[in-house]
Design a protein around this ligand. Sequence first.
Ligand SMILES: Nc1ncnc2c1ncn2[C@@H]1O[C@H](COP(=O)(O)OP(=O)(O)OP(=O)(O)O)[C@@H](O)[C@H]1O
Length: 498
Amino acid sequence: MDKFSSLSTKFEEIRDFTRVERIGAHSHIRGLGLNDLLEPKEVSQGMVGQLQARKAAGIIVQMIREGRIAGRAVLIAGQPGTGKTALAMGMAQALGSETPFTKIAGSELFSLELSKTEALNQAFRRSIGVRMKEEVEIIEGEVVEIQVDRQVGSGPMTGKKSGKIILKTTDMETVYELGNKMIDSLARENVSAGDVISIDKSTGKVTKLGHSFSKSRDYDAMGSATRIVQCPEGEIQRMKEVVHQVTLHEIDVINSRQQGFLALFSGDTGEIKNEIREQIDERITDWIEQGKAELVPGVLFIDEVHMLDIECFAFLSRALESEMAPVLVMATNRGFTRIRGTNYRAPHGIPIDLLDRLLIIATKPYSEKELKQIIQIRCEEEDVNLTDDALSLLTTIGMETSLRYAMYTITSAALICAKRRSTQVETEDVKKSYSLFVDAKRSTQFLHEYQREYLFNEVDDEEVGMGRRSSTSKSPLDPSKEEFHSVSELPTSMDMSN
Ligand SMILES: Nc1ncnc2c1ncn2[C@@H]1O[C@H](COP(=O)(O)OP(=O)(O)OP(=O)(O)O)[C@@H](O)[C@H]1O
């Protein structure tokens, strides 16, 4: 084929890397935890509770798999820390690595390098895969023998090499002459007798498929990571269908002459011209008509969608109409709020006409039992061993502050525990972390008490009075819990009602 496809394998690896980097806090999520009938189990695949939302997400995943939802949009709405991002990650896991999944936060769109609509456009195109099928001629067989003869030239580095390789299948055996380049490729892949290899005839790329079953006696010398495979059957030289998958964005970048494919490594792609995108779309439409390629609509997840402004929302509405649109999943923790770029208020800060097109999934606050289970799963994920008392205390802290604060406390308490050379986190470690790191509620109380000593203070006296009153609330470490003020009572920046 052409340059689009020959570079595809490398780029797949880059995309995977980005993906792994972004899911640290949700690494315990391995799916939506649904059975075959899409019924959620209470605790499964790292997911706890939130049954209705998980079931709804499962139905959407099913629709995506059946290709019945491209161009539709989903909104996950709920209070902070109720698992909106976790749910989106669960959807990504359930869809599998073949389905492109891009995660961005609304605030990431505002940069000096790219206009916000260009950034959105790139995110859209990163979420659409193009699967290209290609017939390539390959040589595939078990290595019987490799011989390399070095003809010494004027210096050790200029030595010209030649040699031969004998390959066999269960039906035949052939000898091939080897040139310099092929010898280097085989050496790089560490190919030796008994390996089963495949060589792409047009590019010379050598792939080691594994070690032959008949030679598996060498197992000890190979190490446990080596795959044992059967010796191939039939012809050594044959045609094979290979499938490459790249995203539209990767194709855009490769073909954008100013940037070139190196921009994929740095992420510094700059603005990509519309004409280039149009040409690529035309080309891909041709390939689809000729049966050479197919589109794989993926998922674009935009967290903190209330950060988008009216221009971005207009772009989204338009982009969803396109034939090449991925499924758009958005999340927000805002209630009624201003649509950025306007003076209008709307539910979740999203224009009503867009809102009307969305499937909305609501997430609800967790019960104490669910919170405890999530914390427990996270401890297992982080390899932190907690006493029952410490786990209960952490759960109480989570109920009174936030799930996220409790999760951060796991890590800091584990460090404090390691400092005193113990392997089991006790209540004392949790208390110490709690006293070192202030949660949003205590930080707000502190600000209300000492606001006059800060620069550019904007809180009026009435609010200060409120702050003083709430400062009488006791900490979760205080045994008499009756006087707790709920977190929602305090004006934090994460409040749903702002
Ligand atoms: N139901 C759940 N099961 C397992 N883990 C969960 C669940 N809900 C949330 N978590 C974990 O709790 C942490 C906070 O949740 P998450 O980031 O998904 O909340 P959010 O609703 O997106 O919050 P925000 O509105 O503040 O962005 C994450 O580490 C997440 O993986």
